[in-house]
Ligand binder design. Sequence first.
Ligand SMILES: C[S@@+](CC[C@H](N)C(=O)[O-])C[C@H]1O[C@@H](n2cnc3c(N)ncnc32)[C@H](O)[C@@H]1O
Length: 221
Amino acid sequence: MVDTVITEDSSSTFFNKKFGEHYHSTYGAIRESRHIFIDAGLMFISHGKKEINILEMGFGTGLNAFLSCNYASANKIRISYLGIEAFPIDLKDAGKLNFPELLETNPDIFLRMHGPEMKYEASEHFYFEKHIGKLEGTALTPKHFDLVFFDAFSPGSQPELWTKEIFMKINKSLKTGGILTSYSCKGFVKRNLKSSGFSIKKLPGPPGKREFLRATKIEEA
Ligand SMILES: C[S@@+](CC[C@H](N)C(=O)[O-])C[C@H]1O[C@@H](n2cnc3c(N)ncnc32)[C@H](O)[C@@H]1O
C-alpha cells in the first residue's frame, strides 16, 4: 500500500497508493514536521510548562511522535503522546524509513512505536500510546490535551476529516488556550475551525508551502 520516497532534505516518506498522497512534503519530510509541528506547536506551547499532553490525528510514519520524544529528552519536559491512526503501516515498512539514522537516535525507540504494544513508557520523559481506529469513532478525554497535531491527508482527499464536527470534537478535548497546528490553510478549513471555537494564526510555511496554520482554543465548542 505504500512506496518509499526520498524527499529533498534526504529524509524518507511514504507515498500512499490508496489515497494517492505522500505522508509528508516532498520538499523535506523532517524539515516540514519540525517547522509545522515541533517549532510552531511543541516549542510554542511548552514555554514554562513541565508536562504536555499531545494528540496526533494521523500517526502515520510516527515522525512527529519520534521528533516529540527527542524534544522531550533534550528539554527535560514530560510528554504524554496519543497517536490515532486508522490504517497503520507495518513494522517491515517502518524499518525502511531513515529517520533514526538522520536524527542519530536509537532505531529501537522508533520501531517500537510501530510494534504490537499500545502503550508504554518510551523514555524517562515520554509516555507513548497509540489508538488504531478512525478519529471519528474514537472517544477523547475532555479538556485533556495541550496540543494537537492535525495531520490527516489533504482536505481534497479527506474532506470528511476537516469539518466543523471534527474540529468541535477536538476543541472539547483541548484545554482552554490549547493549540492545534496543521499544514492546510484552505478557506473552508479556517472557517470550520473558527466556527468551532478557535482563533487562527497563519504562519509562513516550510519550503514548498506558503503558509500553514496554528489555531488556539478560545472558547468551548
Ligand atoms: C498525512 S499522513 C500522516 C503523517 C504522519 N503524521 C507522519 O508523520 O507520518 C495522514 C495519516 O492519517 C491517517 N488517517 C486517514 N484517515 C484517518 C482517520 N479517519 N482516522 C485516523 N487516521 C486517519 C492515514 O492513514 C495517514 O497515516
